[in-house]
Design a protein around this ligand. Sequence first.
Ligand code: FUC
Length: 817
Amino acid sequence: MSCEPNQMRRPKLFALSVAIGLFSGFKKAPVSQTGTFQQSNTTLWYKTPADQWTQALPIGNGRFGAMIYGQPFKERLQLNDITVWSGDPQPDADRKNAYRYLDTIRKTIREGKYQEAQDLTGKHFTSPAPYDASYQTLGDVLVQFAETGDKVTNYRRWLDIDKATAGVSFQSAGNTYSRELFSSAADQVMLQHLVSARQGGLTFTVNLSRVERAKTRFVAPDKLIMTGNTGNTLSYEVQLTIVNKGGKIKGVDDGLQIEGADEVTMFITAATSYVLDYGKGFKGNDPHERADQQMKNALNKSYDQLKEVHIKDYQQYFRRVKFNLGSTAAAQLPTDERLKNYGDGRKDPAFATLFYQYGRYLLISSSRPDNPLPSNSQGIWGDGLDLPWKCDYKSNINYQMNYWQAEQANLAELHLPMIRMIKALVEPGTKTAKTYYGPDIPGWFYGYTTNGWGWTSPGAALPWGVFNGGSGWACQHLWEHYAFGRDKAYLRSVYPILKGAAEFYLATMVKDENGRLITSPSTSPENSFTTDQGIKGLVDEGATMERSIIWDLFNNVAQACEDLNIDPDFKQQVRNARDGIRPLQIGKAGQLMEWKEDWDMNAEEIHHRHVSHLFALHPGHQITALGTPELADAAKKTLEVRGDDGTGWSIAWKENFWARLRDGNRAHKLLSYQLRYTSETKTIMSAAGGTYPNLFDAHPPFQIDGNFGAVAGMTELLLQSQDKVLDLLPALPDAWPDGSISGLRARGGFEVSLNWKSGKLSKATIRSINGEPFVIRSRAAFKVNGQQAVLNKKNRHYELSLKSRKNGVYGVSVAVT
Ligand code: FUC
């Protein structure tokens, strides 16, 4: 519906309203309908408001988001901006001259003096700086209604993940109230639209607040501004403007009072001074102008216009993948009840697709292509000043898991904030490399974590603080973006970063007793070992994960040289080095060995959550179930020993491992573990993973990697694409006998849709984006354009090699048996 642009009437009215101190109903708000509740399998919905944060519902435009509680007469929107980091950059967090101790540490490890090596590493190879900076809340919008509403009926609150809009509706004292909220990436504004069915039914105050370092003032009777900072570096500004239809409005101290409105639209904008630029100390422009400009732009448009553009903009990502596993009566229930009932998933398979699409929703809402920072360990949603583990980018699993789904689940552009952040780590990482490994060491490096301030130093303590794999693993994401998209110009642009990471490892790996390349000192993320003599230790040489990450990096870098037709000598050098890395080893229990020696079965914590040594199985490609069956069996044994349970992300990782091992039922069992209802928010380090009522993953506490890892795991059950083989339904679980999925992406530049019936592939469609050759593999016999797939006797699968043309579409038809 049309209305006059707000800005046109604003200047004239502003002077008048200040003069009378009260805005009365002459302001024509955009007349529009809030979305009404519609049950669907892309809706999370509840019959009661949220009391706890893990019941509240998240919205976000990649950068700016909120948690919505939906209380009838006391609404709280807890706000976040992805750049709100406390503390300051710490460019001097490296331990000066650490490299001088390197030889001694290495020698001590080689001599088997593990306790001494640990002491030396802890003392000289960690960071002396405190790691205090944390991602933080931006503040709250609090809406306090005049009505108290003892008798609320027909209450509904929901989040429609197909539209990225949230809503609340209920009745009280004969009136119907409804609200709708969304955070628009297209217009960089958050909106809350409130409607009373009865004329004049909206009377409330609204405030902007933050627990510390904030000042709120009304700058016009319809506008609040909150400003503040989080330390020396970051300042922020939040603006809130009310557009009302009917009633009166006035400013009071740190709030606004609305009296008797029929309909109110709240426009909220936010900006900070953050800039992802190490050279500038992460300090950009004052946020005022941006928050102001965003507000002005938004006020120029009607609510309906903003909503329409927002939905379209969001759906360009969300609707790329459609996933259907059929529906049962169980799907009619509210989301929290469905979660409680999930059990083994057979009763409500549609809940698995909801959880899958919710994971995609959360990435779209926390990582838009031009995000100033990537999705952190809570996405963008976090309430507090010192969030769990600082809510940073732990790079020994958690940060990478956040982005596993990006390429496969057709959200490749959302990978870009991560890729930009990796680029931004090269400069500080170059310094860290030289400080710890020697002034002549080329390339760049970072270890177990990074944060909003470009942290590349090790941590303060063992075992977690010292890890060689962060940068190598991060580089896998630079590569995967190319492996799926096959954009050579992009690959050329990131090649120097890949090369720099490889140069660092080439220069710092040492030879073991047999002349094979290993890292030293070396850890296996956050785990410890016990030698056969009973000596406990944290620091070894040549731990499996570090070797596997470097193998993967060298392999990718050599391929990059080949694909770009550059650096032939370097290509040879990394290939030789890759082949010189100490190979994966199988231990006495038949397990894949985690350490250099066969100590796994002596482990103090045999069910430890990190299963780092299986990197080569997932997310690496060195072990495959059909290509390297012995190693795959060893990986299986390791998983049996570790057990299924764990923290949220650990369970999600195991879903991916079992999918790669082509055991769909075991992966599905793990998904069922992950979908255990929990309200536990205390930190528990083992066996307590689950899902909160708002479907956030529980480590516990909330950690979003589990949500994202589950999307990757479920995708791997349906489609894998190692070595340019498009493996259709490699691990379909029995719990999903009939279904379809469309829009998945595969390495080599393909888009794949699949249909299956009674547990068997029935149809597939493959679109070739770049016209590259490929191989299709399936358990079932199939044909493409009359060409019959051939049974590969070794792996017992049907395979067909095809050439493709750019944008060619290939229909896979399966003989009905
Ligand atoms: C690592 C993990 C923890 C947690 C934290 C954010 O330290 O070992 O389980 O996920 O990161």
